[in-house]
Design a protein around this ligand. Structure first.
Ligand code: 13P
Length: 341
């Protein structure tokens, strides 16, 4: 393992105003997204959609990396350039989702465990050949009133994340460690903070136990936020303060960057929260984004699968990338939402 190399890739992804576009929706997930715009989920539509994102002009200052799905890493632009090469030529680092999804955890009704460790070493080597320099694995933690999450489910997910991260570092790929505490449910922000704290504490203990080098990874956490069905929704400032309090307590300062998931927040909320965190002042690590829905939802609803909408969809994608880049720098203002891209 070359720590300096891992460190330099991880730092490059979050340098300046940069963050990550998560475009790694699995087959069933991208189908759900296309269903919203009533578009057939064919391989060509998936390829064309990703091409629209990856070829948008001007996003280089705001995107340090893009997370791809297995199929996408093997696809090419219309001119035949493989997507990984197209991105790398633009200075955007290609990454790959390597987990195979969250399945029910045995004897733990309502809780999940992420699968995909078997054969992972070999898959990582192939992905590396195809141009991937970082990877992503998502563990899912749900909050509900029936004593969920259990500590055994948190432990199992943390262990899988640590095993995955160790395999990545062994082959020279930067692991993005994503323990996602879901925002589904009616819990308040205090419960989310308590659960996120416990999860991060256990995840870092497991990472350390598996000898993962913190300098050579990125953390992709949820923000500390009330559940979507909670009647008391927290304000932007409260979310920013609770999230930073929690991360400062549990995330080692040697981690080269934090890249938040959006988790179902609106595009504007995800940007406003990130900005508020960066306005709080200097943190031990760069605080940036790795958004899926918050970067893509407005693009999809503009594109609608129609060629005549491509230019407008790309304009909107550029605008969201730029606003999140500004939020990474703590320089966003909601008035910019309506400014032309
Ligand atoms: P969202 O930003 O839509 O939560 O997606 C990020 C991601 O990569 C989830 O694994």
């Amino acid at each position: 393992m070359n720590i300096d190399e891992l460190k330099s890739v991880a730092s490059a992804i979050v340098a300046g105003q940069k963050g990550i576009l998560a475009a790694d929706e699995s087959g069933p997930t991208i189908k759900k997204r296309f269903d919203v715009i009533k578009l057939e989920c064919s391989e060509e539509n998936r390829r064309r959609y990703r091409e629209i994102l990856f070829s948008t002009e001007g996003v280089e200052p705001y995107l340090g990396g893009v997370i791809l799905y297995d199929e996408t890493l093997r696809q090419s632009a219309t001119d035949g350039t493989p997507f990984a090469e197209l991105l790398a030529r633009r200075g955007i680092i290609p990454g790959i989702k390597v987990d195979s999804g969250a399945k029910p955890l045995a004897l733990h009704a309502g809780e999940k465990i992420t699968e995909g460790l078997d054969g992972l070493r070999e898959r990582l080597l192939e992905y590396q050949q195809l141009g991937a320099r970082f990877a992503k694995w998502r563990g899912v933690i749900e909050i509900s009133e029936q004593g969920i999450p259990t500590s055994s489910a948190i432990q199992a997910n943390a262990h899988a994340l640590a095993r995955y991260a160790a395999l990545c570092q062994e082959v020279g790929i930067v692991p993005i460690v994503e323990p996602e505490v879901l925002m589904d449910g009616s819990h308040d922000i205090a419960r989310c903070e308590a659960v996120t704290s416990k999860v991060l504490e256990i995840v870092f203990a497991e990472l350390d136990n598996q000898r993962v080098v913190f300098e050579g990874m990125l953390l992709k956490p949820n923000m500390v936020i009330a559940g979507m069905k909670c009647p008391q929704q927290a304000g932007v400032q409260q979310v920013a303060e609770a999230t930073m309090r929690c991360l400062t307590r549990y995330v080692p300062a040697t981690v080269p960057g934090i890249v938040f998931l959006s988790g179902g927040q609106s595009a504007q909320d995800a940007t406003a929260h990130l900005d508020a965190m960066n306005k709080l002042g200097a943190h031990p690590w760069p605080v940036s984004f790795s958004y899926g829905r918050a970067l893509q939802a407005p693009v999809l609803t503009t594109w609608k699968g129609q060629e005549q909408n491509v230019a407008e969809a790309q304009k909107i994608f550029f605008h969201r990338c730029r606003l999140n880049g500004l939020a990474h720098a703590g320089q966003y203002d909601s008035a910019m939402e309506n400014a032309s891209a």
